[in-house]
Structures are given as structure tokens and as C-alpha cells.
Design a protein around this ligand. Structure first.
Ligand code: ATP
Ligand code: MN
Length: 431
């Protein structure tokens, strides 16, 4: 009996008898030899089935097995530079669990609509597998960085009683005899928990009924939101720079083979090191006008503007000091120039747009009340939030990083829909 092993560990079993449990990825034959490519979730290995070396019924099984059939295969491992993954298995036994017929996704190319409808199967393909491994590494690196730098993971609720920002993108749901809303951000709750823990982050699903169809917006996405007591807006940007660098460099180190599957130009990612360029909103407006974009001071930037700005830099670029009207009510105005805020976005290179939004928060109770009124928000709903400025208020800052946005950039994908296992898109909620 062989030992059952995962393909990712196969290098430890050279010359040994093993058992691999997986699915058929591909098959080809040449005379009395059949080559089976088996995948098991951790990798792909080439298995050789030789007519002269196995029982006739085993050879027959190998002839009949079809794409995505589930099977357990046994044999000896040999190093083979030319084979995919660098190793080969010399088959002596095959147990087929199920022979598959008419698997819908074949090696020929399919349209996006078809693939999206078959997302549950599409996830098995090599590219999708690579993207989601990278996604998992981005999440792990994000959390590791924060866990190792004094942050405590304190999660925020998903069901919330009030809108945090724009009411136009809220998903409503019944909450017994009242209404609740799916979370658009955990930030307001983070502002409470930092007063107990100092530096916190929350990580979870975020819901926004984005009514426009873009290649950067999902209705449900995952956001990681650090918040820090006693950090001003510049401390905040310094942290973002360090954090994004850590994520990019970690993924680059640990997921090279997946990045290769995606044909990613690694030099573009290797270049992501501090310092990142920093420009004010005013300077960004100048840059846009110079590039022929007709834009008025005070207008927020959309995907087009962000793409144009990112083209001038080969690293992520900070845009800071957005006009107050571009940002949410809690953003702190610059004391020297109250029409602009101590906010920043971080724009990814290569046209990937905003990956982070952040800033310093209003810490004065009078000013916060004024902002809530100006934004026509219900004062009652924010009673607890105002308490945070009443009992030991401190300067504080934070930001939100969209996991899917950074994955789309790292993988250089045309559309954000491939960065999440089951994307929720405008009018698409199946499977
Ligand atoms: P955008 O202007 O691109 O819509 P935003 O200003 O609404 O972004 P924030 O509210 O600052 O974004 O949210 C923080 C981060 O969450 C963004 O920088 C982005 O990475 C991510 N994000 C926001 N909306 C979406 C979405 N609909 N789908 C995926 N990621 C998103
Ligand atoms: Mn938005």
C-alpha cells in the first residue's frame, strides 16, 4: 500500500510508493503508454501507465478515464525535469470513483457568460485555481502583517441599524419588526474598539448595491479595515505603504508559480517598495487637466481619472487632501484649510484604480455633530458614535483595503469578477 500524499509534497517521496487522490486534468497516449495528468488541489502530476507494466484491466481504466473523473492512483515517484511539476508517477494501480461524461468546460475557449454560469466548475481550471491561491495568500499576508504589528482583530457586525456612508448603496433586510442593513464598512465600530485596544482591524464581507456596471465593483466584497488611536493622517499613509509592500512582496515570494500561470510580469511587482509617490488632490487635478481631462475642482475621481493618474507612476500613488465634499461625514478637515480633508486614497499602478480609502477622523464632538447635520444623517443613530468623542477622544485614523481590488491588480485581471469564488454582480447571483 502506498502512503497517501498531496502533490505539493511529492519531492519528499522520490523512489517511494505513494497514493494520490484527485481528478483527471488531461490525458494523452502514445502507443503502449498513457499519460494521465492528475490534479489534487495542491498541484498537478503526470502519471505514466505502461501497458507492459500493469494488469490489462488497469490499462483499460486508464484508456477510459475522462476529464474530471475522480480517481485514486498508486505508483512510484521519479524525478523528471521535463514533466509538469518536475516529477512523475509510475502507475501500478488505479481506482476510479466516477467516470465523468460531458464535462461542460473543455480545453477549448468559452464565453464569459457561459463560464460565469458554470462558476462552480470553472473554479477547477488552472487560471482560476491560481487566482484564488493568490487571493488566499493576500488575505493571509494582510492578517499576518497586522497581527505581527500590534493590531488586534476585532470584527464588526454585518447586520447594522444605520447607514455608515451613502444610503443609496444599502442592502436592506428585515430584522424582526425593524429594518437592518448589510454592512458597508466596519469603520465606525473600529472607532469604538480602538478606544479599548489601541490598534485594531476588522475583516469581513462588505455589501454595496453599486448600481453601475464596472469592472472594479462587486455587490459583495471583502474588506480589511485597520484603525489606529493616536495616528494622524501621515502616520496612516506610512502604515499603508509598509503594509501594501509587505502584501505584494510576500505574495511574490510564496506564489511565484501561480503568478507564472497567469503570465504576470514579476518585475512590475518586484518594484513595489517604499517610498510610494504622494500627490495632493490639487496636484492630481493639474495632472488630469494636463492630460486633457476636463474636470472641475471638487469633483470626485472615478475609474477613468484614477487610470490616467496611475499611468504616470510605476508604483501605487497616494492622493491626499480630497475636498470635503468627496468624502464621508467623519473625515477630519485640514485645520489650515477646512475645505479639504486629511484623507487619502491609494491608487494601484497599471490602471487598477483605488485599492485603499482612508484618513484621519473628526475627533471633536462639536464638529462631528455639525457634520452629521450637514450630511442630513439622523443624530439619534449616532449617539453611541458621539460618545466616543465625549469620553477620552484622541486623534485617530484608519483605512479600508479591498481584497478583490488588490488581487485583480496583482494578477493583472481584466475584470474583478475572477478574484472572488462566487462573485455577486449587477443582476447576477447564480450560482
Ligand atoms: P470606488 O470609488 O472605487 O467605488 P469607494 O471610494 O467607494 O471606491 P471606499 O468606500 O473607500 O471605496 O472603500 C474602501 C475600499 O474598498 C476601496 O478602496 C476598494 O478597494 C474597496 N471597494 C469599494 N467598493 C468596492 C466594490 N464595490 N467592489 C470591490 N471593492 C470595493
Ligand atoms: Mn464606491
Amino acid at each position: 500500500m502506498g502512503k497517501n500524499v498531496y502533490i505539493e509534497n511529492i519531492s519528499k517521496y522520490i523512489g517511494k510508493e505513494v497514493e494520490i487522490r484527485g481528478w483527471l486534468y488531461n490525458r494523452r497516449s502514445s502507443g503502449s503508454i498513457i499519460f494521465l495528468l492528475i490534479r489534487d488541489g495542491t498541484g498537478i502530476i503526470q502519471c505514466i501507465v505502461s501497458k507492459n507494466d500493469v494488469k490489462p484491466e488497469i490499462f483499460k481504466s486508464a484508456q477510459n478515464v475522462t476529464q474530471e473523473s475522480s480517481l485514486i492512483i498508486k505508483g512510484k515517484i521519479r524525478k523528471e525535469e521535463r514533466a509538469i511539476g518536475g516529477y512523475e508517477l509510475f502507475t501500478n494501480n488505479i481506482k476510479i470513483l466516477q467516470i465523468v461524461s460531458d464535462y461542460p468546460i473543455t480545453p477549448k475557449s468559452h464565453g464569459v457568460g457561459f463560464l460565469m454560469k458554470n462558476r462552480h466548475l470553472w473554479l477547477r481550471s488552472k487560471r482560476q485555481h491560481a487566482i484564488l491561491r493568490i487571493r488566499a495568500e493576500v488575505i493571509k499576508a494582510s492578517r499576518d502583517y497586522l497581527d505581527n504589528n500590534g493590531f488586534i482583530n476585532i470584527d464588526a457586525p454585518i447586520l447594522t441599524p444605520a447607514a455608515c456612508e451613502s444610503t443609496s448603496t444599502l442592502f436592506e433586510t428585515k430584522y424582526f419588526d425593524q429594518m437592518a442593513y448589510l454592512s458597508q464598512s466596519g469603520q465606525l465600530y473600529n472607532e469604538a474598539t480602538i478606544m479599548s485596544f489601541g490598534k485594531v482591524y476588522c475583516y469581513g464581507p462588505t455589501f454595496r448595491a453599486e448600481k453601475s456596471k464596472t469592472r472594479r465593483h462587486l455587490m459583495e466584497f471583502w474588506m480589511i479595515e485597520p484603525e489606529m488611536a493616536y495616528f494622524d493622517w501621515e502616520d496612516n499613509m506610512k502604515l499603508q505603504e509598509d503594509y501594501v509592500t509587505y502584501i505584494v512582496q510576500t505574495v511574490l515570494n510564496k506564489r511565484k508559480s501561480e503568478l507564472h500561470v497567469l503570465n504576470r510580469d514579476l518585475s512590475k511587482l518586484e518594484n513595489i517598495k517604499p517610498p510610494f509617490p504622494k500627490i495632493s488632490y490639487d496636484k492630481a487635478i493639474d495632472l488630469l487637466r494636463k492630460k486633457g481631462k476636463d474636470i472641475g475642482w471638487g469633483e470626485d475621481f472615478g475609474g477613468d481619472e484614477e487610470t490616467i493618474i496611475s499611468e504616470s507612476f510605476d508604483k501605487p500613488v497616494f492622493i491626499h487632501h480630497y475636498p470635503m465634499q468627496c468624502k464621508a461625514f467623519y473625515m477630519k478637515p485640514d485645520p489650515e484649510r477646512p475645505e479639504v480633508s486629511l484623507s487619502n486614497d491609494l491608487i494601484a499602478p497599471e490602471g487598477y484604480g483605488e485599492i485603499i480609502g482612508g484618513g484621519q477622523r473628526v475627533d471633536d464632538i462639536k464638529l462631528l455633530k455639525k457634520k452629521i447635520k450637514e450630511h442630513n444623517l439622523p443624530m439619534d443613530a449616532f449617539k453611541w458614535y458621539l460618545d466616543l468623542r465625549k469620553y477620552g477622544t484622541v486623534p485617530h485614523s484608519g483605512f479600508g483595503l479591498g481584497i478583490e481590488r488588490i488581487v485583480a491588480w496583482m494578477c493583472k485581471l481584466k475584470h474583478i469578477r475572477e478574484t472572488i469564488p462566487f462573485p455577486r454582480l449587477l443582476y447576477r447571483i447564480y450560482p
